[in-house]
Write a protein that binds this ligand. Sequence first.
Ligand SMILES: C[S@@+](CC[C@H](N)C(=O)[O-])C[C@H]1O[C@@H](n2cnc3c(N)ncnc32)[C@H](O)[C@@H]1O
Length: 452
Amino acid sequence: MPRTEFYETAVQNGFYGLEKSGLFGKKDHVRKYWEDIHIKLSVREAAVEILKRKNRIRIVDLGCGSGEGIELLTHIPDYRSQEVPGQAFILKKKDIESYVGLDISPAMVSQGQKNYTGLDQIQFIEADLSQDFPLSNHPPFDLYFSSYASLSHLDHADLQKLTTQIFQHVDDVGYLVFDLHGRFSPEWPIYWNADAKRRLPYTMAYLLPVEQQSKETVDWFTVIYWDSEELKTLIKQAARQANRKCEIVLLKDRSIMVGRHMDTALFKPERFQFRLQVNRLFDRDYRGKPDILNMNLDYLNNYKSISQKIWDHFKEYSRNISLRSKNNSPHQISDLSFLQRFIPIRIKAVTRLEEYQNLWSLTISTLQAVMEKNTDVLKNILYSVDEKVAQELDSLSWLLTHSERFPVLDFWASIMGPQVACVLRNLEFNLPEGLGCGHGLFCVVKIEKYAS
Ligand SMILES: C[S@@+](CC[C@H](N)C(=O)[O-])C[C@H]1O[C@@H](n2cnc3c(N)ncnc32)[C@H](O)[C@@H]1O
């Protein structure tokens, strides 16, 4: 009998299961080639600036999980790599003087410790960030980092307190990175009119097979969903309380149409496959047709108007404004300023969603025009958009007309599909200042001490 023990063990260990990596799961292609890239590009300038001033960097990761932040920060592509051969990444593990990962979950902390055993400069500490900043006795950090919505777990007031304490902890210069759930994402229009400071349900059930994604049976927890106005107000107040100079150096919406819950029906009536389709585009074995990317977001029409209740509130406060300005209570002031901030941002967010939806459709139309060699349509599209968008779209046309220069087995699957996904990602990344209409609202703040 030939011996098969090795294969028995390999099968038992799961090495022979169906290989679907990239299309589904926590680390799918969109996470790797869209969301992670977005984060890396967003913190790149801050990392470069810190390393210009210092040889080694001090990092604290707020809600670190098992240390994902280390992988993100040590794999930021270096745009100077053509000038400095071998310099692929901005920050290497050896450039880290100290990385402290803070997380409330003992399992995450112990997994992080396992993942990075033997690296003395890396440590993981169990801590609840809704309490005081636990490292106020440590030397200041250069980068107070967070990724993938950890800080959305904190109440509004707790994040305000933590931000103030971090600002106070910063030495001459430091950066704080917020990565929060966006309040106006098309994934959860049921929340668009909700009170910004209220905790609302969230679930990670997108990781389950579709047939198990039932509202009644999945696990729910609550988080805060943020818009840019709420976040800017929080940052301003923290800066005032900590007596620090602050500048928002980057504010962006991430994953506007490819958020995980676009593909579930847990917060909205319909389930789409936008994320799955973009995962397939990134996949070098998949050959798709452009029309699979066409999107119909008509379901959002039912949510676009501002609820009557909010308008009524706003009108009532506005009507009484002169009376109240003489006889104000702090509660009334905050309600009014909330409404004055909320209504414009709510309108801007809906417009932004429509703008990005339009860019997405133009990408597909470009692709179709190029494939059909319809130069008139292509020209019309390129003339109708601004230069940056035209450059992105034109890259698709260039690729297809030069396809013979790429000696691959399947040009569409290996070159064209991934590039279409990159264009959709770049168009999102190049949108104006974020508002909170993506799955993630990403913000980098530079904090400085006032000169004494
Ligand atoms: C979605 S995970 C993100 C983890 C990691 N930052 C990443 O990018 O993969 C959110 C993390 O926040 C942590 N968390 C939630 N509430 C927290 C709190 N009050 N204090 C500290 N960590 C918290 C959770 O334990 C979890 O590890």
